[in-house]
Design a protein around this ligand. Structure first.
Ligand code: 3PY
Ligand code: MG
Length: 259
């Protein structure tokens, strides 16, 4: 998986990348996904309890399991973005952004010049500078690092929805990750995913992404919703939360034993 970015390849091929969200557990949780058929793992440092060192372990486990590690950071700060990038994240998701300038700031923090001003270090993501792709000049290192890291900031506020055409046109943003729960809450229709206003919002985001050749990702709570999103042509679907998957499995286990 070293030489390719699976999410980029699937996007080029017009296929949906499938991932799942880790919000509880440790590296073993990610190991349990090996062979299940996912393309990526969504490591949630916004709602999950992970510190930076645990995040590194989760990324390492994802690499060993053949999954692309996508990290949702807690917020738009130099520390959050730099650490996720240096830890070897192949994708960064940022929640709750509002204005186009927030999205420009993300590019500034995550990409090397000329697109941004990311700080340089031979980090673990580059094998401390010894991975084949990282051994060239500093210029080559910067270029390859930028190519390996996709930026998927979220659209989940009314302000970002209203500026989505401008946001999707920003160079360096690879795609938009829709947070359906927070977006519907922000629109005053919490969880009402069939509401025509919500459906229109998703169409607007899709059109903005399509017009700019950007990826369109979304979160799904259930397999049924994920199937619908895949049929609708989303480029990426993150289905389920590790904590909820465990909670449901335990309930089903006891139900089956007691039946
Ligand atoms: C949302 O639905 O708000 C999300 O951010 C999904 O993770
Ligand atoms: Mg959200």
């Amino acid at each position: 998986m070293n030489g390719e970015h699976r999410l980029k390849r699937l996007f080029r091929e017009g296929k949906t990348a499938l991932g799942t969200l880790v919000n509880a557990g440790d590296a073993s949780t990610v190991e349990c996904m090996e062979g299940a058929g996912f393309d990526f793992v969504f490591i949630d440092c916004e709602h999950g309890p992970f510190d930076d060192e645990t995040t590194v372990d989760l990324i390492r486990a994802a690499e060993l399991a053949g999954l692309e590690p996508v990290v949702r950071v807690a917020g738009l700060t130099h520390k959050e973005i730099q650490r996720a990038a240096d830890a070897g994240a192949k994708g960064i998701v940022v929640p709750a952004l509002r204005k186009p300038d927030d999205y420009r700031r993300l590019v500034d923090l995550a990409k090397f010049p000329p697109a941004g001003n990311r700080g340089f270090s031979p980090n673990r993501g580059s094998g401390y500078g010894y991975k084949d792709w990282a051994k060239g000049s500093v210029f080559d290192f910067m270029k390859a690092s930028d190519e390996r890291l996709i930026l998927l900031p979220q659209c989940e506020t009314v302000e970002s929805l209203e500026a989505i055409e401008e946001i999707a046109s920003i160079d360096g943003i690879d795609g938009i990750f829709i947070g359906p729960f927070d977006l519907s809450i922000a629109m005053g229709i919490p969880g009402e995913f069939a509401d025509p206003r919500f459906v229109a919002a998703l169409d607007r985001i899709r059109n903005a992404c399509r017009a700019n050749g950007k990826m369109l990702h979304i979160f799904s709570m259930t397999a049924e919703d994920a199937r619908k999103r895949i049929a609708e042509g989303y480029d990426g679907v993150t289905v389920g939360l590790s904590a909820s998957i465990l909670a449901e499995a335990y309930r089903n286990l006891v139900k089956a034993v007691r039946a």
